[in-house]
Design a protein around this ligand. Structure first.
Ligand SMILES: CC(C)(COP(=O)(O)OP(=O)(O)OC[C@H]1O[C@@H](n2cnc3c(N)ncnc32)[C@H](O)[C@@H]1OP(=O)(O)O)[C@@H](O)C(=O)NCCC(=O)NCCS
Length: 195
């Protein structure tokens, strides 16, 4: 069980009450547009994922672990984020994230992903965290750059994705860079992990 708290949010393992909301926002074509799943995303598929997650130890190399995101002042899933420690190198991890449309553009994603990166660097012996996004996914590009991640790669038509060749950016941040960046920031940075 993971519980990460930020100023406004709680990031935690999935609960049965999340099924409906999770299935609904994953069924939104705009949310799914640059993601691997297709719409609709039925309850059965959500249930299968939740069951898989309940059997997965967070940080197991080669296995994604997805985490629900809810507001502290209002229960209910508003999005999720996830990470995968790499099988080829357990000191490197990849992250991903999605928010239901009504909860986008309010800074929640920035706050949640910052909390996730804090958690990952402080909990696992990670050296580097990466994120991969479609070059057309401008909201994701802005989010990753806002977090101070560096664009290290621009792959041209490297992936057959939803009926056409897609191009992707690879973003990365090292632990020492994250620590320096975050220390240099003056904004409040409230984060705690409950194990
Ligand atoms: C990618 C994604 C998570 C980004 O979410 P987001 O809502 O843009 O990010 P935030 O919640 O951090 O909001 C930041 C934006 O809200 C604005 N904003 C408005 N009110 C704000 C507030 N009170 N505090 C902070 N930012 C606020 C910011 O200016 C910023 O706008 P900008 O991107 O135009 O510069 C979201 O677009 C999403 O879920 N997409 C679908 C799934 C997906 O594609 N995931 C990524 C795959 S790589």
């Amino acid at each position: 069980m993971i519980i990460i708290k930020t100023d406004r949010l709680i990031l935690r393992s999935f609960m049965e009450e999340d099924l409906q909301g999770f299935s609904e926002y994953r069924s939104d074509p705009e949310v799914a547009r640059y993601q691997t799943w297709n719409t609709p995303y039925p309850l059965e598929q959500a249930n299968f994922l939740f069951t898989e997650m309940s059997k997965t130890e967070p940080g197991t190399p080669g296995e994604w672990y997805q985490i629900a995101i809810e507001r502290k002042d209002h229960p209910g899933i508003i999005g999720d984020c996830g990470f995968e420690t790499k099988r080829y190198d357990r000191q490197q991890a990849e992250i991903g994230f999605s928010f239901a449309q009504p909860f986008q553009k309010q800074g929640y994603a920035t706050e949640a992903v910052r909390g996730l990166i804090d958690y990952l660097f402080s909990t696992f012996n990670l050296h580097r965290i990466i994120a991969i996004c479609d070059v057309e996914n401008q909201a994701s590009v802005r989010l990753l750059e806002r977090l101070g991640m560096r664009r290290e790669g621009h792959y041209i038509e490297n992936i057959w994705f939803k009926g056409k060749w897609g191009s992707e950016y690879l973003y990365a941040v090292l632990k020492r860079e994250w620590q320096i960046n975050e220390t240099g920031k003056n904004e409040s940075h409230n984060f705690s992990v409950i194990k």
